[in-house]
Write a protein that binds this ligand. Structure first.
Ligand code: SF4
Length: 318
């Protein structure tokens, strides 16, 4: 049994118009995604901005309502749980956001930020707060004497370490890292990535690592899924997907990386805007930008099928 199993997940946002707020359509941000994640595994999720990556992560965390499909955590459907079971699952699933500053309450000291969740879940007593916060600060490589300071007194990289410390304080099994290093300087990015990898190995954590940066994803992920207009178009091991992409969209994404991946690849580079999630194209969602488009691509949606050592959604491999 996988730690996380996602089946045919859909998250649609209604578009309302008029004084009666009539629903005139849906933004299909996640439109039939199936994925699984093992304990201790990192699944990289890549794609252009607006392809639905963040909505997928937020739906897993129950921050967005799903329309359809299931998300199972250790075999239990997380949307069908009772209140106290939901509370326990929420503790075991944590999320790290892109902007470490806005995700930390500026009026709270680091001591309170780090221990608030543990107190709420009755994992520690009030008198154990300091000891717990010091342990967490040491775990993420920060000065333990800084627990009485406020978030604005730290750099961006330090604030993201505090967010990581807060997430691991609840002893999660699974974390969604949503562009968790994108806002940091390159040298600081590497430090935070290494910290995440160390914690993954130490606690057998599983990550859904959402990023548009393929170099970072290649470094941290065991497997990679490529998302386009709310659907997964290619999925496989990180080496298969990044070093030898099969789907034209993945190839175009890789070609947009300056070095070293793009040197030996076909030079088709993505042009034009990603189509609207409100009105996705018929057939293959990538057909409006694909250099290999055929007539049938415009008519029916290709199924996910095995292509060499990965699965991909493309008629080129029929
Ligand atoms: Fe391109 Fe057709 Fe493959 Fe879609 S199915 S990626 S349009 S070749």
């Amino acid at each position: 049994m996988s730690l996380i199993e996602i089946e045919n997940l859909r998250t649609w946002f209604p578009v309302r118009q008029g004084i009666l707020s009539k629903t005139v359509g849906y933004i299909k941000a996640v439109n039939g995604v199936s994925l699984s994640l093992e304990q201790g595994e990192t699944l990289g999720l890549v794609g252009e901005s607006g392809c639905g990556k963040t909505t997928l992560g937020r739906t897993l965390m129950q921050l967005e309502e799903k329309k359809d499909g299931t998300v199972k955590f250790e075999g239990d459907d997380i949307h069908g749980l009772k209140r106290d079971q939901k509370r326990e699952i929420r503790k075991r699933m944590q999320m790290i956001f892109q902007d470490p500053f806005s995700s930390l309450n500026p009026r709270m000291t680091i001591l309170d930020i780090l221990t608030e969740g543990m107190l709420h879940h009755k994992m520690i007593k009030k008198e154990e707060k300091k000891e717990a916060a010091v342990r967490l600060m040491t775990e993420v490589g920060l000065d333990e004497n800084a627990i009485y300071r406020y978030p604005h007194e730290f750099s961006g990289g330090q604030r993201q370490r505090i967010c990581v410390a807060r997430a691991i304080s609840l002893k999660p099994d699974f974390m969604v890292c949503d562009e968790a290093v994108s806002a940091l300087d390159v040298s600081v990015q590497a430090q935070v990535i290494n910290l995440l990898m160390d914690l993954r190995d130490k606690y057998e954590l599983s990550y859904l690592f959402i990023s548009h940066d393929l170099t970072v994803v290649r470094h941290i992920s065991n497997r990679v899924a490529v998302m386009y207009l709310g659907v997964i178009v290619e999925e496989g091991s990180a080496s298969a997907i990044i070093d030898n992409p099969k789907h034209p969209y993945t190839q175009a994404l890789i070609n947009s990386v300056p070095v070293p991946f793009s040197e030996k690849k076909k030079r088709f580079v993505l042009s034009g805007e990603i189509p609207s999630l409100l009105n996705p194209p018929s057939g293959c969602p990538f057909h409006t930008r694909c250099p290999e488009v055929m007539d049938k691509c415009k008519e029916t949606v290709p199924e996910m099928k095995k292509v060499d050592n990965r699965i991909a959604r493309c008629y080129l491999y029929d």
